[in-house]
Design a binder for this molecule. Structure first.
Ligand code: AMP
Length: 447
């Protein structure tokens, strides 16, 4: 029976032990206890298990605590959230007045939730109250909480502007502004909104500005809003060294079949699969579900509740696969992702780097697999330029690539039958499936 076979196939998949992520330790880097932080904040830091500062924290926290503006070039996975959350909480540890004193602006709801969670854990022994403000959920509960008084708002630009327009938020007491993933906000078209928001903030404030890349518009924004900032750069904007890359060339038509054969014959832990569109995410997700894989989807048409359920479920290990659009490619911290599979090649090299940055986090090993079609050649060359090496092209043993150059009419018509169902799975004998799982799995073709 299809159901039982799918389940047993799933059970027989080998899982890679990933171990717990470790933050690289460098000689001379500070311990949190030497920073002289507020005791309650220190308790929060200890409760989340941080002892040593990560390089970005080492370079920015002492400067931020002096009240200086910071321009930080760093990707997520470096400890960037705590790098701004800790000085914010230290600054807010005295002088509670029921007014918002810190504003954090982030591009996506998921990232806002993640920042809010981090702040909540770090401030678990403090009186500090934090709120998230983003669209896709009712505004009334946000209005109520704002009216009761909060210290920190973590907001996405659109909903924050709604609150500003409707005067449901008072920003007159903001003395620290954090812009997180400013480059992503720019890519998402939020730059005018950011400039608009800044007009409503007191001029006399501290600003901490973080971006992973520094295109011209972002540099200009930084110049306009930062006051004599200290510039800090952590690592180059290049894919993590802990990620190995491979390509699986195939025709568009055979992509779904290859994808399923790939996941059946590859030892994986948790996998994020990126597709080009919301529709393709939806379709691939339902096909995974139909085959009894533990999968979740993440795409912009889903309600906020369902998006949160997908992320949280994936984070907690309830799902093995998260099928997503690029919405999940930035900022989301899920430490144990063993593989990122690009079901579709991303549109830009930046997007590739962001996507594969979801694996190989915090020094754990990760693999980036991209299923490519002949149309992707020029993007492959651009990615290889950034990686400064060619990416290994791989083939799956026993996979029938034959119809890519199909000559026989019989073969053609068998595949034509499935043309309207891109996820139609080729039937194989049980022994053949076993061979796939037990075999040495992949075969290198071009180096
Ligand atoms: P981020 O770059 O903020 O997404 O952080 C990446 C991961 O590193 C998160 O899981 C953090 O909880 C963790 N982290 C941040 N700072 C430290 C630290 N000093 N020591 C250990 N883990 C940390």
């Amino acid at each position: 029976m299809v159901k039982d076979t799918a389940l047993s196939r799933r059970r027989s998949r080998v899982r890679i032990p990933l171990g717990s992520p470790t933050i690289p330790k460098e000689a001379g880097i500070l311990q949190f206890k030497s920073l002289g932080l507020d005791d309650r904040l220190m308790r929060g830091i200890t409760s989340v298990g941080y002892e040593t500062l990560t390089p970005i924290q080492d370079k920015t926290i002492p400067i931020s605590m002096e009240g200086r503006d910071v321009l930080g070039l760093a990707q997520t996975g470096t400890g960037k959230t705590a790098a701004f959350a800790i000085p914010v909480l230290e600054k807010l540890s005295t002088g509670y007045n029921g007014k918002i004193r810190a504003l954090v602006v982030a591009p996506t709801r998921e990232l806002a939730d993640q920042i809010h969670d981090n702040i909540s854990h770090l401030s678990s022994s403090m009186k500090t109250k934090s709120i998230t403000l983003y669209g896709g959920v009712s505004k009334n509960p946000q209005d109520d909480k704002l009216a009761k008084g909060v210290d920190i708002a973590v907001a996405c630009p659109g909903r924050l502007l709604d609150h500003i327009r409707e005067s449901t938020i008072d920003l007159s007491s903001i003395n620290i502004l954090v812009l997180d993933e400013a480059d992503t906000m720019c890519d998402m078209g939020f730059l005018p909104d950011i400039r608009q928001i800044i007009k409503h903030l007191p001029k006399n404030r501290q600003t901490l500005f973080f971006a992973a890349t520094m295109p011209k518009e972002i540099r200009n924004l930084a110049k306009d809003i930062l006051n004599d900032p200290t510039e800090v750069q952590i690592g180059v904007i290049a894919p993590a060294k802990t990620v190995s890359h491979s390509l699986y060339p195939v025709t568009e038509k055979l992509k779904p079949t290859l994808f399923f054969q790939l996941i059946e014959t590859t030892a994986t832990g948790q996998v994020i699969v990126f597709t080009r569109t919301k529709h393709r995410t939806k379709k691939l997700f339902s096909e995974l579900e139909k085959r009894k894989y533990k999968a979740a989807a993440l795409q912009g048409n889903m309600s906020q509740n369902r998006r949160t359920q997908s992320i949280e479920g994936f984070r907690k290990g309830k799902f093995d696969f998260l099928v997503a659009t690029d919405i999940a490619s930035r900022g989301i911290d899920i430490p144990d992702v063993s593989h990122v599979i690009n079901y579709d090649m991303p549109n830009t090299v930046d997007a590739y780097i962001h996507r594969i940055g979801r694996t190989g986090r915090a020094e754990a090993l990760g693999q980036a697999i991209t299923i490519t079609t002949p149309d992707d050649e020029s993007m492959i060359r651009k990615i290889e330029q950034v990686l400064k090496s060619s990416i290994e092209r791989k083939k799956i043993d026993d996979f029938d690539y034959g119809n890519q150059h199909s000559s026989g009419e019989r073969k053609k018509s068998a595949h034509n039958r499935d043309r309207n169902n891109p996820f139609k799975y080729r039937k194989k004998s049980f022994n053949q499936k076993r061979r796939n799982i037990d075999s040495s799995r992949t075969k290198k073709t071009v180096g």
